[in-house]
Design a protein around this ligand. Structure first.
Ligand SMILES: Nc1ncnc2c1ncn2[C@@H]1O[C@H](COP(=O)(O)OP(=O)(O)O)[C@@H](O)[C@H]1O
Ligand SMILES: [Mg+2]
Length: 302
């Protein structure tokens, strides 16, 4: 899968306060990527920089190879977004709203309008006035509008806010379809872990403006990688050996915690023993669920 959008040291300071702090991320075509964090974590600010609504204080966003800083229009062309409440004219029909938005981009044909209307399932109500729409229908119209110009990246800030469970499920199905069938990179934000777990292929956890970690949902939920605790005589030496191949999580005077797949463990043991380290014990650390991990990272559990 090709990387389509890259955040490079993205930072936002407002009145001397750092609201988004040096975020690095790569997001690929065909994945649903989640930005998860409690309210105030900096998700909306990050998204606003990604879609060009505000300028980064430092860092850059590369979209389809174009820098938002240096080639703003070329970069932003690839993005469709719904940030905060999509602006819609409630006294116009859904269709008239789409016509209005289609004028903002070159070359959107009627055929494309019909395509997106069908994609979001609004065929039957598209000629009704928006003021008669439910919140879910408005969200879908927002989605249709964001998709009109066939963006490679779709960014939605808290797309399930205010939706009922059926609406959330529908939204999830659309986003899955867009990512997995149409190869669009879909980026969504939320403060709700359970939703993100179901919706996303990968999740980045944000807290207080910082990126705390990026995890593949499959990796965490289905347990591909896990943490291992190794008691060993020479921790410093072991760190040196392991750092070349694995990701050391934490260490203290007598032990190391690392992340690895089960099938890598013989390799780890071999590498350590070969260099003369004495291993006393290796055991899997009980794998935290994504929820526990999220709560731990964001300080929800003491
Ligand atoms: N324009 C602004 N001026 C001052 N502070 C802001 C501004 N925009 C956001 N913030 C602050 O930055 C922090 C992150 O906000 P936001 O990006 O909206 O977080 P999230 O979307 O994760 O809830 C919050 O503490 C918010 O009050
Ligand atoms: Mg927000």
């Amino acid at each position: 899968m090709k990387t389509i959008i890259e955040l490079r040291g993205l930072t936002k300071k407002i009145n001397g306060r750092t609201i988004v702090d040096d975020i690095h991320l790569s997001i690929k075509e065909g994945e649903v990527f989640g930005l998860l964090g409690p309210n105030g974590a900096g998700k909306t600010t990050t998204i606003r920089m990604m879609v060009g609504l505000i300028k980064p204080s430092q860092g850059d966003v590369q979209i389809a190879g174009y820098s938002v800083k240096k080639s703003f229009e070329k970069a932003i062309e690839n993005i469709g977004a719904v940030v905060e409440n999509p602006e819609m004219y409630s006294y116009l029909t859904g269709y008239e709203n789409l016509v209005h938005f289609s004028r903002m981009h070159k070359g959107i044909k009627k055929k494309r309008m019909l395509e997106v209307i069908q994609l979001v399932g609004l065929e039957e109500r598209i000629h009704d006035k928006v003021k008669t729409y439910s919140l879910g229908m408005r969200q879908r119209l927002g989605l249709a509008q964001a998709l009109l110009h066939k963006p490679k990246v779709l960014i939605l800030d808290e797309p399930t806010n205010g939706l009922d469970p059926a609406g959330i499920r529908e939204m999830r199905d659309y986003l899955n379809h867009l990512a997995h069938e149409e190869n669009i990179a879909v980026i969504v934000s939320s403060h709700l872990l359970s939703e993100m777990e179901k919706m996303c292929d990968r999740i980045a956890i944000m807290n207080k403006g910082c990126l705390v970690g990026v995890e593949s949902v499959e990796g965490i939920v289905r347990g591909k990688e896990q943490k291992w605790l190794i008691y060993i005589d020479d921790v410093k030496k072991a760190e040196r050996i392991l750092n070349e191949n694995t990701f050391i999580h934490t260490s203290d005077d007598s032990s190391i915690t690392l992340k690895a797949k089960r099938e890598d463990i013989p390799f780890v043991v071999h590498a350590l023993v070969n260099e003369g380290c004495n291993i006393y014990e290796i055991s899997p650390v009980k794998k935290a669920s994504l929820e526990e991990e999220f709560l731990m990272l964001t300080g929800g559990v003491q």
